[in-house]
Design a protein around this ligand. Sequence first.
Ligand code: SF4
Length: 445
Amino acid sequence: MDTREKIRILSDSAKYDVSCSSSGNSRQGKQGALGNAVQGGICHSFTSDGRCISLLKILMTNYCIYDCAYCQNRVSNDIERAFFKPEELIDLTMSFYRRNYIEGLFLSSGVIKSPDHTMELMVEILKALRIREKFNGYIHVKGIPGASPYLIAEAGKFADRLSVNIELPEEADYASLTPQKNRELILRPMAQISRKISENTEEKRIFRYSEDFVPAGQSTQLIVGATPATDGKILTLSGGLYKAYGLKRVYYSAYIPVGTSALLPKLTAPPLLREHRLYQADWLLRFYKFQTEELVSPDENLDVNVDPKTQWALRNMHLFPVEVNRASFDMLLRIPGVGLISAERMAKARRLSPLTWDGLKRMGIVLKRAKHFILVSGRYYGSFSQDPDMIYSALSERKDEIQTDLFDKIDTQEPAIRIKSHVPKLIQEPVPLPGKRAALAGGES
Ligand code: SF4
């Protein structure tokens, strides 16, 4: 098999890992236009200093001795297989880099022979790239669950980012869906990486010259929709992982229906909208001081029709409208349509003069959403007299009726015929903010 064929097979198999930021689009080149888009191959990611870089995203091999029911590369799946010898992958990376096609490497692999054997080969690639080839580009490498701590530590010396995928939200599902793995095999290397990163940070404080260990931190991936786990369960797990292991990112990967197991749901398309709402909720938990139980509805799921912050606001209409000139900073952050930077701009600007409707517009606040939840110098600009059902209807993207394919067009002009079915979910059990209501609401009553 020639190198081109191997790249085709192994970059295609790598597309199921979403721990790089861009995955998913596929578009043919067309006459008169420049370029095309393919799902596998070169993807984009962000370095620790925020630069967007292109990476060769590839598997060392898609042979795997494991049989994870949700994975394309499982041993029981009849697919084309390929394997890159370490030297072939080193040459490929260096030649792509020299031609300026890529700025780094995202390397993952199926498990061949044993986790240690696989990890040894990956470490061999990393070592040769860094020491022999003096490759100074970005490298993100996957830790193989079950590999010895020594090999994980070696990989961490040469990689910028190291990640071990947790995959399943609930421990109970491992036995049936990924019988050769368990939570412990995944959490152990995660804990080791986290500990080594802390030690390395401490070392650097004391010694001027010390080796790096995973300077861009660790991340993980969670599959969404392959098991009945609710959004609440998924977000609680992510919150725990961020806290316990200092992860840089948890990536949510909508389950692509590649499995044949009767235990897997029969989806016609990956639940991409659910994945999107989980990313939004994850952001709210990390940067907007929300708690998981505030964001999910009583059935522990997010409504895909509106963003999670709007869902929370509609369940808590007793806190709105808030006067933007007097609300606390924490409450500004909770207004739908107001982002972190906009809240900072509002807080800064109102020290000089009262905020105005035009001023809010210029600050980039999404007034189409925010207007239903704010007062600007005592004036309410919303059109539905604070009726949560009407606001929901106006803001709903009505996406739960159909689970669309990634590039299906969604007609948002149709009347929102299913609104009533959502009403009970929205008006149940407001979640109060203990002891904060008056302060957060900026004294409005
Ligand atoms: S170990 Fe990884 S590559 Fe192998 S079947 Fe499981 S998820 Fe797929």
